[in-house]
Design a protein around this ligand. Sequence first.
Ligand code: NAD
Length: 347
Amino acid sequence: MTIYRVRSKLLSICNVISSSSFARFSTSSHIPPLLQRIGFVGLGNMGARMANNLIKAGYDVAVHDVNPNAMKLFSDRGILTKESPFEVTEASDVVITMLPSPKHVRFSSIQVLDVYEGPNGLLQGGKQSRPWLFIDSSTIDPQTSRKVSEAVSDCSMEDKKVSMLDAPVSGGVMAAETATLTFMVGGSEEAYLAAKTLFLSMGKNTVYCGPTGTGSAAKICNNLAMGVSMLGVSEAFVLGQSLGIPADTLTKIINSSSARCWSSDSYNPVPGVMEGVPASRKYDGGFSSKLMAKDLKLAAASAQESGLKCPLTQQAETIFTELCDDGHAMKDFSCVFRHYYSGKDEL
Ligand code: NAD
């Protein structure tokens, strides 16, 4: 083999190695290597499972939650727990947050709950802040995502750029458990590519949506469509029942016709039609009406800010809020069929 051929062979091997391991060892000037240490703040139904999958994947994880019981589940297993978000930053290269709503991420009325900018928050260290990347997987509005991202960028120094990705998830608690979430990601594409391995330790799909805020935008648009389609399907089944069409029969029709959708073929709201869905277990588990009402509120506010007419979003928000006020906040959102429309079980 000539020297030239040996050299080109070596180069091609190097290229394969560098492209396959880009996510862990980026050579970019802006993005430092994604090291082992991952901080995780917000250990609720989703976050605890996502953090577990990172631990299983071999990362060194440090966690924080305001709920001591959530922390104990980790400290009992020897996982590093920290008393504040700021302490998490001291032990992390990348920090992931998974919080209930925008006010927990930014400018809570109760200041200690403001995870990013509050006292003892993630950005408390300012330019001394150690992580190079913050990933917020909470479902929040794009406006808040953009404001937090600006605050994060302000922590950059000449030789160290600090980035932020909004990366909400779709898939629910089961997908969080089995590491099959879908991440929809907004922010710099370079940071997204560098973090992809991390996402794939917690999920099976990642979609790069565009600049900061577009991940959050994608998530609230998805949930808007999901909430409205669940109402449409529930309304159709209730009308069908009152017109004498069993829900089982109507399901077969819809699922082979133009109205087929996730709410009819994978998450049917009528008890007795489908196994393994919340409707088959008294609407326990699943995606709560409270979270659906919150997401519709975020969508309605974004629509208003954009000067758009979104009457279905507003109506859906009103219905799910009423459902919560009537005591069904913690039930799966498909309970709208029973508790708002008074639909009946399939016999
Ligand atoms: P959750 O309420 O179960 O968990 C939130 C956690 O954040 C709690 O453990 C809470 O103690 C903690 N927390 C609140 N304020 C905090 C603070 N200041 N500092 C540290 N920890 C704090 O919520 P979840 O079901 O895990 O959902 C989290 C996010 O994911 C939400 O934005 C939700 O909309 C979204 N989401 C949820 C699902 C689902 O099926 N549950 C699916 C997709 C997306």
